[in-house]
Design a protein around this ligand. Structure first.
Ligand code: ADP
Ligand code: ZN
Length: 198
């Protein structure tokens, strides 16, 4: 469990694949801050328009109101001086400047809670999450359940064949898969598995 520091800011990262409950966990943490009457601002990238435009909504439909933003600069412009807790969902859609910005906020005494995909659909680290993890005080890695075999799933497997890294979608475009079922889905790029010889 997180032991919360006093009188200083810090960064919490919630990461994992799609359907692992990142948004649920972000909402849970932010609602507790709300109950404690802390000044809270919640942001999400505007391009994530899967659900309501002015809320973050998890796949099980829990929700919290949020401000859709275009960029890190947009967050900076909207930030109120009285804000004590900043929540950011779908953080993988902001550029690597989010890591510096989160560090800046924490340095000014804010609690910064960021949620996002740590791996893209190819299984490659998805910036800025790795940087945010390195700069953070707390990292929570969540796993989903593999839809093929029921094992813990750390991958978001893309069903569509669109090669761009950012393709906003949900249940019909992606599924949660474990390491093995992920590799089996991409037979031509499964060279990693050849290290079994060692
Ligand atoms: P994330 O933000 O990580 O995509 P959400 O918090 O939006 O996750 O949604 C998590 C919810 O997704 C779970 O509580 C569950 O209801 C649902 N879900 C759908 N598919 C799966 C799966 N394969 N494994 C786990 N949960 C799933
Ligand atoms: Zn599996």
């Amino acid at each position: 469990m997180i032991v919360q520091p006093n009188d200083v800011g810090w960064i919490e990262v919630i990461c994992g694949p799609m359907f692992s409950g990142k948004t649920e966990e972000l909402i849970r943490r932010l609602k507790r801050a709300q109950y404690a009457e802390q000044n809270l601002q919640v942001f999400k990238p505007r391009l994530d328009d899967r659900y309501h435009d002015d809320s973050i909504v998890s796949h099980d439909e829990s929700a919290l109101s949020s401000e859709p933003v275009e960029s890190v600069e947009d967050i900076r412009d909207r930030l109120q001086p009285s804000t004590e807790v900043v929540g950011i969902d779908e953080s993988q859609f902001f550029g690597s400047e989010l890591a510096d910005f989160a560090g800046e906020l924490a340095g000014e005494g804010c609690r910064v809670v960021v949620a996002g995909l740590d791996l893209d659909y190819r299984g490659e680290p998805f910036e800025p999450m790795p940087r945010l993890m390195a700069r953070s005080e707390y990292v929570t890695k969540l796993l989903a359940i593999c839809v093929k075999c029921g094992n813990p799933a750390n991958h978001s497997y893309r069903l569509a064949s669109d090669p761009q890294q950012v393709l906003v979608g949900s249940d019909d475009e992606y599924e949660a898969r474990c390491r093995r079922c992920f590799q089996e889905g991409y037979p031509s790029s499964s060279s990693e598995s050849s290290s079994e010889d060692n």
